[in-house]
Design a protein around this ligand. Structure first.
Ligand code: PLP
Length: 370
């Protein structure tokens, strides 16, 4: 409950609909009356626009972020017997996509301050089976891509950026998605750029990989009923592309609002004994999530809930501790991953969150620790 006794949701779509609903309806009507619903002009225009904001040569629209990861790994020819190095403090889809190919996810620990892949541990995890490194730009912060690309070059490995939470993030002034051989984005509705349904995108500067992915997402079909490789049905649809084209125009303004909210939290929470994620690799955070790391996290979450503030935990149980991921490999001990999973808490952040609500949340947190 804020001061007006209205609960503060973790994410609220209604202000977005009030702001751009008319344009969204127009975009949907345009597609419906076009009679072209799959792989038409909206998808190809959105692919060009998205590639441009990512400073990439090409982008390929697919059905989801999970499919973007999976198809990207297929484009690298990752398959049974191969290993892909990644982290366990991520959304399940990162590791599932590796497992869909028949390959094994190999988890390494994270840096204590950034919660991102610890690049010092990657070399230890490399074996003759390693085919790729899959860093996750968690919460909207970029992993240390220079170091990752250097290791990949030295060991002849592919790099796939999981940029599903990082639309608009920069690494040394280069957009997330422009650095690895391929990058995967999700347009799940709550993302920084979200569709009104599922959607995903792969970005690349590699023409051979691009050509392969265009086939992979569409049954492996080169021309109608002529199949070059066994592919899949995984396409971004025209309606979602048209919606995303409307929303793309607002992305930088919405990112500024996220940045402003994160600044308010930073300033308001300075006196509290908490650890905020910090990045020392000169990247610009896209603040998909604002995450704090605190003592008595569960009690704080309950206190916030009692006061009408919805929070979430990204993610409460690391993947290596879950039944579905028993057949994965762990390199070393995942001490930081496990420690953080017990301490992290995501506070509400979205472009329309009001300043007064942010101040109220800050007061609730301070009140708990006073
Ligand atoms: C880090 C990460 N990877 C992959 C995904 C999967 O994306 P999607 O939900 O679009 O399949 C998500 C989305 O939730 C994510 O946050």
């Amino acid at each position: 409950m804020n001061k007006q006794n209205i609960p503060i949701k973790f994410f609220d779509f209604s202000p977005e609909i009030s702001e751009i609903g008319d344009q969204i309806h127009d975009a949907i009507k345009r597609v419906i009356s076009s009679g072209r619903y799959i792989l038409g002009s909206e998808v190809s225009a959105f692919e060009k626009e998205f590639a441009q904001i990512c400073s990439c040569k090409d982008a390929i629209g697919v059905a989801s972020g999970t499919d973007a990861l999976f198809l990207a790994l297929k484009a690298f020819d990752v398959g049974p017997g191969d290993e892909v190095i990644t982290v366990a403090n991520t959304f399940a889809a990162t590791a599932l996509a590796i497992m869909y190919t028949g390959a094994t996810p190999v988890f390494v620990d994270i840096e204590p301050h950034s919660y991102l892949i610890n690049t010092l541990l990657i070399k230890e995890a490399i074996t003759p089976k390693t085919k790729a490194i899959l860093p996750v730009h968690l919460y909207g912060a970029c992993a240390d891509m220079d170091k990752i690309m250097e290791i990949a070059t030295d060991h002849d490995l592919y790099v796939l950026e999981d940029a599903c939470q990082a639309h608009g993030a920069l690494y040394k002034n280069r957009p997330a998605g422009a650095i690895g051989h391929l990058a995967a984005f999700s347009f799940y509705p709550t993302k920084n750029l979200g569709a009104y349904g599922d959607g995903g995108m792969i970005t690349t500067n590699d023409t051979d990989l691009y050509n392969k992915l265009v086939l992979l997402r569409n049954y492996g079909q080169k021309d109608r009923y002529s199949y070059n490789i066994p592919g899949y049905n995984s396409r971004l649809d025209e309606i979602q592309a048209a919606i995303l084209r409307v929303k793309l125009k607002y992305l930088s303004a919405w990112l500024e609002k996220r940045q402003r909210i994160s600044d308010l939290y930073d300033i308001g929470l300075t006196d509290i004994n908490l650890v905020k994620t910090s990045i020392d690799n000169a990247s610009t955070h896209a603040y998909h999530l604002y995450v704090i790391s605190v003592e008595k996290r569960d009690e704080l979450q309950a206190h916030l809930e009692d006061n009408g503030v919805e929070t979430l935990i990204h993610y409460p149980v690391p993947l290596h501790k879950q039944k579905a991921f028993k057949k994965t490999k762990i390199c070393g001990q995942l001490k930081q991953t496990e420690l953080r999973s017990n301490q992290i808490l995501s506070l509400p952040i979205y472009p329309w969150l009001k300043d007064e609500d942010v101040y109220y949340i800050i007061d609730c947190v301070k009140d708990f620790y006073s």
